[in-house]
Design a protein around this ligand. Sequence first.
Ligand code: GRF
Length: 203
Amino acid sequence: PRLAVLASGRGSNLQAILDAIADGRLDARVAGVFGDRPGAHALERARDAGIEARALRPRDFAGRDEFDAALFAMVAAVRPDYVVCAGYMRLIGAAAVAPWAGRIVNIHPSLLPDFKGLDTHARALAAGAAEHGASLHFVTADLDGGPVIAQARVPVLPGDDPVALAGRVLEVEHPLMVAALQLLCAGRIVLREGVVEFDGQPL
Ligand code: GRF
């Protein structure tokens, strides 16, 4: 399958995907990397791997729908089977998500449904959570609210600060991303009528 990856920043999740493809652990191809920040390191990682990478600036557009329409026109042009949000830090409007229903996933650094949105590590610490982690989920118009495919958990340890906790989560985020994409790309994970099915059975 062909993947389009959306990324806003560092791109370590994109790198995990590229490494898994290069190693033969993931049978897929990254057809393009797109984003909302032209300076993002993720775009450089893509170009280093010989992959088309383009970002648009939200401020050049009249509003969210106009930005999303332009971004997803570039996505559609590379004819992806799946769209993977890998550290893409912008809400995607309902109109842009709709055509990709069941074919667009996001990695979020919390154990959803806990801590949707930003600053998840600081919020998990402030809440006194004993465990934290990451979730790979289908994207719907409901921010970080789409059906969860898989999660990876880590303990919160005494003395943790948001940076230490984020680092521990990132270590499990990358294998989670790869494992979930393996299943998705093999057609073993499917979203049917809002329910995630694994090998034909509701998860
Ligand atoms: C990850 O923690 C991801 O879950 C979150 O932003 C971070 C992106 O990291 N949404 P990277 O750009 O993939 O390195």
